[in-house]
Design a protein. Structure first.
Length: 201
């Protein structure tokens, strides 16, 4: 019995070490927290500029506002990865960067195409659901390279995406929906990355 328990403990330890080796070290906790701050700041800005989305003009302004927030977040996060890639990454980690990029790419492409389609059809109320759902799928696809806690956050994004498909447009397009969800979610991801770095330092 003791031999079996020891063997199981050894297997668990090997899995833990293998999981740590697979973690992508290019993610920046600070960059993730910064992108969360962008989302939190964008919410009140939407409340000021687009308090309600009822006309095509308001829908396009809503889309442009959150597209700018997304672009700024991508720039910060991928800028941090690029800095790490050039200055700190080993040969194996540089190879892993391509794997990480490909794992999340389908979700990003799908999200972009659905966004354009809904924008052209003036179906703005479905945009938050698309963004939450596709981001959650992308996080799940990257689950072997991110801290374990991020999987729970990915599940929360997916659930939010599903729920937002069925709520009234006035709620889906409210200023706080994307602001709080992505703001808090990204900050929690950043804290998870920083905590894991501290534990394995």
């Amino acid at each position: 019995m003791r031999d079996l328990e020891r063997a199981l403990a050894d297997i668990a330890e090997v899995r833990e070490r293998l999981g740590h080796v697979q973690r992508f070290k290019g993610y920046s906790g600070i960059a993730a927290i910064t992108s969360g701050a962008f989302a939190l700041a964008c919410g009140p800005l939407q409340a000021l500029l687009v308090p309600s989305v009822q006309t095509p003009h308001q829908g396009h302004l809503y889309f442009a506002l959150w597209f700018a927030c997304c672009a700024a977040s991508i720039l910060v996060n991928y800028g941090a990865i690029a800095h790490w890639y050039v200055n700190d990454a080993t040969a194996r980690e540089r190879w892993q960067t391509a794997t990480v990029g490909l794992s999340i790419l389908p979700a990003l492409v799908l999200g972009a195409m659905l966004s354009v389609a809904f924008l052209r059809a003036n179906l703005y109320a479905y945009l938050p659901a698309v963004w939450y759902g596709c981001y959650g799928v992308g996080l799940f696809a990257s689950r072997t390279t991110v801290p374990r806690a991020v999987v729970t956050i990915a599940a929360a994004f997916l659930i939010a995406g599903v729920v937002l498909l069925f709520v009234p447009p006035a709620i889906a397009l409210s200023w706080w929906v994307l602001s709080l969800g992505f703001g808090i979610g990204q900050m929690l991801i950043g804290l998870s990355v920083m905590r894991e770095r501290t534990v394995h330092a």
